[in-house]
Design a protein. Structure first.
Length: 502
């Protein structure tokens, strides 16, 4: 079983279970860290206990020597008292016999006493140093110092023999000018007997508290997430009820102001956009059907009349009408196909660079103005290169000129200029203009502001919509700028490098 199959089979799928598992895992790591810290602290305290015991015993031995008494061999800590010039230890105990000193001492003897004696400051102090203590040859692994001995920390204090009375010096068996040194070995495990019970109790307490804490944390996390996700479940149920036939449902927005509120608001906004898109799609289908029905009705009527009265039919005129309506159907079908392609929001294919000035000049020269006298001019100062498809730019500009030609009284002016990083093209006519409240509405599909005009003269109502979609497709904008006379459409497109700059 590979990792993916194991995770699919055993890893919980519920968010609640995953959160509870994550919380329990985090708590386990924290509790393990706390347990490690407690054990380290117990060890440190046991070491301090051992040093404290050694210090107390050292002070007691020094007091006994100053009184002329030899300390007993029974002691809680190993100790040894040595003197200058003496081969055997003055006294030892607490386990030092495991080293079998015999007539010799294990720990080094001090040097002779300094003469004269240093002034007594009235205090008491001791030194510490690590000393290698070898084990005796017949030592066993279970002995206190082990089979191989080791290096241990020792505390020591020196006592001058001349500080004691002659009777006490004689009782101790040392010379009058000797110096005595009291050693106490600090065993790390000396405090283990005391710390062992604390450690065991602590371990048991930590284990029970840790297990109970993990279960409690997992349960609290599980039910807390369950309660927190109730609004999400309500949102899921209500969202599942939204269908194409019932798109009006909306999610209840909680008043708490947390992330669920933002989620509900976002879902409502998305549902509203989908509802608007569906309504726009239905309206678009209805408008397209209406637009297609008009030329089809005209075409069908003319053909039926011609068939009913063949002898009285002007067949060339009937054929011309049929051809005109067929061309209208063809233009409408092409516009609908182009809008469908633009609705996919696919970026424009970069076929190179296009000079808008050259394109506008060529269109001005080739545009047919046969229905009524109009003046079409192109006012350009310099080339304006943009990225994109030249056919799509020509379609965009032709749609703007077609719209201006239907409304212009006498003149249409095209202007192309460069502004910073933008190419700006304007198409201005001297017609009646567009009311301010309809400045955006005219870019909607199948919108005609002059409903009294005939459909044959007014077009399909898709030209400006296609022009704006083409502008957006090329990362540009198309807007209607206010003018005192006529309508002025402004196209802004990002500039491209000129052929000389490449």
């Amino acid at each position: 079983m590979n990792a993916t199959e194991w995770r699919r089979r055993w890893w919980p799928r519920s968010v609640r279970a995953r959160t509870a598992l994550a919380a329990a895992s985090a708590a386990a790591v924290i509790l393990a860290g706390i347990g490690w810290w407690v054990h380290r602290d117990v060890y440190r305290q046991s070491t301090q206990i051992a040093q404290g015991q050694a210090e107390e015993q050292l002070l007691a031995f020094v007091d006994q020597l100053k009184e002329g008494a030899v300390p007993a061999r029974r002691s809680t800590v190993p100790y040894e008292i040595v003197a200058t010039g003496r081969r055997a230890a003055v006294a030892y105990g607490g386990g030092m016999e495991e080293f079998d000193p015999g007539t010799r001492h294990v720990l080094p003897a001090p040097p002779k006493a300094e003469l004269p004696a240093p002034p007594d400051d009235g205090g008491w102090g001791y030194g510490t140093r690590p000393i290698r203590i070898p084990a005796r040859q017949d030592a066993k692994p279970g002995d206190r110092f082990g089979k191989d001995g080791g290096t241990y920390l020792v505390m020591y204090h020196d006592i001058r023999a001349d500080e004691l009375s002659r009777d006490k010096v004689a009782a101790l068996g040392v010379a009058a000018d000797a110096q005595l040194r009291v050693y106490v070995v600090v065993l790390p495990h000396a405090g283990e007997d005391i710390a062992e019970a604390i450690t065991e109790d602590t371990d048991r307490l930590l284990l029970r508290a840790g297990l109970a804490g993990l279960v409690l944390i997992a349960a609290v996390a599980y039910f807390a997430i369950r309660i927190a996700l109730r609004p999400v479940e309500a949102i899921r149920v209500l969202t599942a009820s939204v269908t194409a036939t019932n798109p009006r449902e909306r999610v209840t927005v909680p008043a708490t102001g947390h992330e669920i509120t933002a989620l509900a608001t976002t879902i409502n906004t998305t549902l509203q956009r989908l509802d608007n898109a569906a309504a726009q799609q239905r309206r678009f289908v209805a408008d397209a059907s209406h637009e297609l029905r008009s030329p089809l009705t005209t075409l069908l009527t003319s053909l039926e009349v011609a068939l009913v009265y063949p002898e009285r039919t002007d067949w060339p005129a009937a054929a011309a009408t049929a051809a005109r309506q067929t061309r209208r159907l063809q233009a409408l079908a092409e516009d609908l196909l182009l809008l469908a392609r633009l609705d996919t929001r696919a970026p424009a294919a970069d076929a190179g660079t296009v000079d808008l000035t050259n394109l506008a000049s060529r269109l001005t020269e080739q545009y047919p103005l046969v229905e009524r006298p109009l003046t079409l001019t192109c006012d350009s100062t310099a080339p304006a290169y943009v990225h994109g498809n030249p056919d799509e730019y020509e379609r965009l500009l032709r749609n703007l000129v077609d719209n201006a030609a239907r409304h212009a009284a006498h003149r249409i002016q095209i202007t192309v200029r460069n502004e910073d990083d933008w190419a700006v093209l304007t198409v201005h006519d001297d017609g009646p203009g567009v009311p301010a409240e309809d400045a955006e509405r005219i870019f909607e599909r199948f919108v005609r502001l002059d409903d009294a005009r005939s459909r044959e003269q007014g077009g399909t109502g898709l030209g400006l919509a296609i022009a704006r979609d083409l502008a957006h497709r090329h990362q540009g904008t198309l807007t209607l700028t206010p003018r005192t006379l006529g309508a002025c459409f402004q196209l802004r497109l990002p500039l491209a490098l000129t052929p000389a700059e490449k």
